[in-house]
Design a protein around this ligand. Structure first.
Ligand SMILES: *Cc1c(COP(=O)(O)O)cnc(C)c1O
Length: 377
């Protein structure tokens, strides 16, 4: 009997993580500040993005991204945000959290938003587009960014899969008004739960630091380390949220960040072994990676005609792939848009995410490939 092969198995550099966490415990500082500040700085150095604020999750980040842009832009309840049906529900819930209406556009062969479909969904009430980089893929993000700037729409990138993804050699994020990364337990830079929100503008970054901490205008760390009289005093300027990150998560993030380039390079190696093994097979279709995109390879997705049967067959051989994602319009919440995105509906029936993690070797990929070749129709 062969060992099971799981979809995701996060890898932690345990001793280094414990050293960073120990510093928090010894200092008596596990909350907002200290390691969160160090991680924000390391993140901006790594990505080249001007601002980054560390949060409890990417879901919180998407909520705040749209909240800040809505407030700054004077949008009203019921205004529209164009989004994709092929995503984790966080993306679309974040639009609803803000009283706005998700309007679903279709995807292209990269599994990301199709610019043509986005154009067709724009109405006088459209305020923004939320773009999801599926599996780390940029898709046609550059074209979407151009549409947004020409039409005066805000662009939010759900970059939950995109830590380390580059477009034409640069980290993604510079093209958007807000970019949100996830460091959830199985993402490319796993902590346990956390995320980063990166705004284009200083004023939005400043505002989000308050909104993520209940609207309070001075965080406790700044007050404690800043000195001066009245450091206990603060004002509350907004109805904010409790969305900020903490130092234990940031401590893990700091360690994981040191390895993410190496890790992503290995993921790309795994992806190229998969591609080589599956090339030229009529029953197995690949997902387009747009030239110029260096993907984080968070996922390795293929499309087959007998997805559900293939899943069961792989499971019988102790291989446990995943599905990213079900078309969100199949969920009752978003059923009002059913039938509007035929490409996404098709993808939703055909997609399988093959195991993709740092514990896999060439022989594991070979074993998965040979099972896929045997059972895919
Ligand atoms: C994981 C994920 C999220 C949510 O991230 P959390 O950090 O778990 O809140 C949002 N969008 C996509 C596409 C994701 O994969």
């Amino acid at each position: 009997m062969s060992d099971p092969i799981q979809l995701f198995v996060p890898q932690f550099r345990i001793e280094e993580c414990l050293t960073e966490i120990r510093e928090c415990l010894e200092k008596g500082w596990t909350g907002l500040g200290f390691k969160t500040v160090a991680f924000e700085k390391a993140w901006c150095d790594y990505t080249g993005l001007p601002y980054g604020h560390f949060l409890s999750s990417a879901t919180a980040g998407l909520h705040l991204a749209i909240n800040v842009l809505k407030g700054a832009g004077g949008w009203v309840d019921g205004d529209e945000v164009v989004t994709t049906p092929l995503t984790f529900v966080s993306t679309n819930h974040a639009i609803l959290y803000n009283g706005l209406r998700p309007v679903f556009a279709d995807i292209d062969a990269s599994l990301c938003l199709d610019p043509q479909s986005v154009l067709q969904r724009i109405t006088p009430r459209t305020r923004a587009v939320v773009f999801v980089g599926m599996g780390g893929n940029t898709g046609r993000l550059d074209e979407i960014a151009k549409i947004c700037s020409e039409r005066g729409l805000k662009l939010v990138i759900d970059a939950a899969h995109m830590t380390g993804t580059r477009w034409l050699g640069r980290h993604i994020g510079g093209e958007a008004d807000a970019t949100v990364f996830s460091f959830q337990a199985v993402k490319n830079l796993p902590t346990a739960d956390s995320g980063m929100i990166c705004f284009r503008l200083a004023e939005h970054d400043e505002l989000v630091r308050k909104l993520a901490w209940l609207g309070i205008n001075k965080d406790t760390y700044t007050r404690t380390t800043g000195g001066g009289a009245y450091k206990w005093m603060y004002d509350v300027e907004e109805v904010g949220f409790k969305h900020h990150g903490n130092s234990i998560m940031a401590a893990i993030g700091l360690v994981q960040l040191r390895y993410v380039e190496r890790d992503n390079a290995y993921r790309r190696q795994l992806a190229s072994w998969y591609r080589a093994g599956l090339a030229g097979q009529a029953a197995v279709r690949s997902v387009d990676v747009v030239p110029g995109c260096e993907s984080s390879c968070h996922l390795f997705q293929i499309r087959v005609g007998n997805r559900d049967a293939l899943m069961l067959a792989l499971n019988e051989h102790q291989v446990y792939p995943g599905v990213h994602y079900r078309d969100n319009t199949l969920y009752r919440m978003y059923a009002y848009a059913q039938g509007t995105c035929p490409e996404a509906a098709r993808a939703s029936d055909e997609l399988i995410s093959l195991p993709m993690h740092l514990g896999l070797g060439f022989d594991d990929v070979r074993r998965v490939v040979s099972l896929v070749l045997r059972y895919a129709r």
